[in-house]
Design a protein. Structure first.
Length: 578
């Protein structure tokens, strides 16, 4: 991806972050007072050792104790407040991008190649949000105070300042080395872990096939190889990061002891007071604490940096859908003009210069051998794949003039493989609406001739199903999928192999649904292999190698192209169109 394109995606992220500029400003203001109040401890020690102990005044000690207690209370309240404000800034950042990233992930998945891992945009967004609400980011607000605290040590005694400054440079060098040594294994571990999770998700989704085909052992071995590789890389990354964290912690503790030792030496030689020695030691600990905190949470920082860059790439690769002027409900008039479609990630067109027109109340059968472009045409007609050339118009307007969700309400789609989602049958028919309209759900099921089949189930429309379909047969899932396609009274139906899992009763129910749709003025496209699927089609389109071979009235096309036309015409659901 070119840098200019990536910058567009990163700009979206920066704009979302900038929306919380006021909250970040509040955190910065709170951080100023918190760090100023951090001087309470060193100053208290200085006063106790140099004034209270020498004067032996209990009143002075009590007054200092009350003042210090109040200042520490204020510091705690401000520190808690800035943490809460930062958490809300992180939540706002995520909420502003949730819909955008969710849409981009779905669109990316819809056009992804089969061997391409799924986009992890939602996990990346969560990683950035976790970092923004973590103490690690708060440490970056405290780090600018490190030079001020080091300067305070120089004020007490220059040699203590030199020691603290040297220690600070060493810790910074450790942090840089930590990033250099852990970045590559951490990225490789994350990639391997995503691949293992992707494989596990695939296997879980096809659990029935895995078990029935005796693939469980081989599937486990493949998954274990991916998991072990991810685990080994994660251990390597953790070992390196843990080593740097331990080194940082040990070095800071040693520096504090060295500070006390050097301070004691200087006190013995009369170059500073005991109070100054203790105060300088506390200041150094405070000065180096943010650096240690950043190194200790380096893995969180790396995950956020990786997530930020990948989010930028995702948003740059999948531009935001533009605002569209709402159009009136279209008529069922479909025009395909010189359509050329290149599948995502490929160089060769799967459809070339295909053109046809479908009038309201008509059904068009699309036939052709496997690989001829039928499913590609279905994906283009539903807006999943965008044309590389030509136009698809619904009632005169090209499909890209419709918002995707609005287009989905006008064009019902039944894919070859019907997937049901976790929920009830009613929720699946209603396209996962949170509050499905029961009248519209039942009406869609009746149009699809699936109502009687559904009410015979144990809980009827409230029967819960999963992505695997549960106890439903392939034919039942297909009829529920048809009801979902007809939900909301679409003007156009695109059915891809709609009777592939149907018995004779199901095929007749499908034909009845098609007849009713035509009678209401709707249009239907049917991608078919079996003659029974095109019984209700007046028109026929023949595809061959991605090009239109024939188009016209069904019987005329069949007579001119198919030798066994008489048998096909008498067929009721067996055989194939060649």
């Amino acid at each position: 991806m070119r840098q200019s394109e990536l910058e567009k995606g990163l700009t979206e992220l920066r704009n979302a972050r900038r929306a919380s500029a006021g909250l970040f400003g509040a955190v910065l203001l709170f951080s100023i007072f918190v760090n100023l109040l951090m001087l309470t401890g060193p100053l208290f020690m200085l006063q106790v050792y140099d004034r209270v102990l020498s004067s032996r005044s209990e009143e002075t000690l009590l007054a200092l104790a009350v003042l210090v207690a109040f200042l520490f209370l204020m510091m705690g309240l401000l520190d808690h407040a800035r943490s809460r404000v930062m958490a809300r800034a992180a939540a706002r950042f995520q909420s502003l991008l949730d819909a955008r990233v969710f849409s981009a992930v779905l669109r990316k998945a819809a056009v992804a190649k089969g061997n391409e891992p799924p986009a992890s945009g939602l996990r990346d967004l969560e990683a950035v949000q976790r970092f923004m609400s973590s103490p690690a980011l708060m440490a970056f607000f405290d780090i600018p105070w490190t030079p001020i605290f080091l300067l305070g040590i120089f004020i007490f005694q220059k040699w203590l300042g030199v020691l603290a400054l040297t220690g600070g440079f060493i810790l910074i060098a450790v942090a840089i080395l930590n990033r250099w040594r852990t970045r590559a294994p951490a990225l490789e571990a994350a990639l391997s872990s995503n691949q293992a999770d992707h494989l596990a998700t695939q296997l879980r989704a096809e659990a029935e096939a895995v078990r029935s085909l005796g693939m469980q052992g081989a599937a486990f071995e493949r998954w274990e190889i991916a998991r072990v590789k991810a685990q080994e890389l994660q251990l390597t990354a953790n070992d390196r990061a843990g080593g740097f964290t331990t080194t940082t912690k040990t070095l800071r503790m040693f520096l504090q002891s060295a500070m006390l030792g050097l301070g004691a030496y200087l006190v013995l030689h009369g170059e500073m007071t005991a109070g100054g020695m203790i105060a300088a030691s506390i200041l150094m600990g405070r000065a180096l604490a943010p650096v240690e905190q950043v190194i200790g949470q380096w893995s969180l920082l790396q995950a956020a940096a990786k997530g930020w860059n990948e989010l930028g790439e995702l948003l740059a690769d999948i531009p935001e859908d533009p605002e569209r002027t709402p159009l009136p409900r279209p008529k069922a008039l479909l025009e395909v003009q010189q359509l050329t479609v290149v599948p995502p990630g490929e160089q060769q067109a799967a459809l070339r210069m295909v053109a046809f027109k479908l009038e309201p109340g008509q059904a068009l059968g699309v036939i052709g051998q496997s690989g001829s472009g039928k499913s590609t045409l279905a994906r283009a007609l539903t807006g999943v794949w965008r044309p590389a050339g030509g136009r698809i118009r619904l009632d005169g307007a090209s499909l890209d003039q419709y918002d995707p969700d609005v287009l989905g309400s006008h064009i019902g789609y039944l894919p070859q493989r019907v997937t049901l989602f976790d929920g009830t049958i009613a929720e699946n028919i209603a396209k996962l609406a949170l509050n499905p309209d029961p009248d519209m759900v039942v009406a869609a099921a009746k149009k699809a001739a699936a109502h009687d089949m559904i009410v015979r189930l144990p809980d009827g429309y409230d029967t819960r199903v999963s992505s695997a379909g549960g106890r439903l047969s392939g034919g039942q899932m297909q009829r529920i999928g048809l009801a979902r396609a007809m939900y909301g009274n679409p003007v156009l139906l695109v059915l891809d192999e709609p009777n592939s899992n149907l018995d004779s009763e199901g095929s007749e129910a499908l034909n009845a649904a098609i007849r009713q749709m035509k009678a209401e003025g709707g249009s239907i496209l049917i991608m078919a292999h079996r003659p029974a699927a095109i019984q209700e089609c007046e028109m026929l389109l023949v595809l061959e190698a991605g090009a239109r071979k024939a188009f016209g009235p069904r019987d005329e096309v069949l007579k001119s192209m198919v030798k066994n036309y008489g048998e096909i015409k008498r067929s009721t659901g067996s055989g194939g169109v060649t």
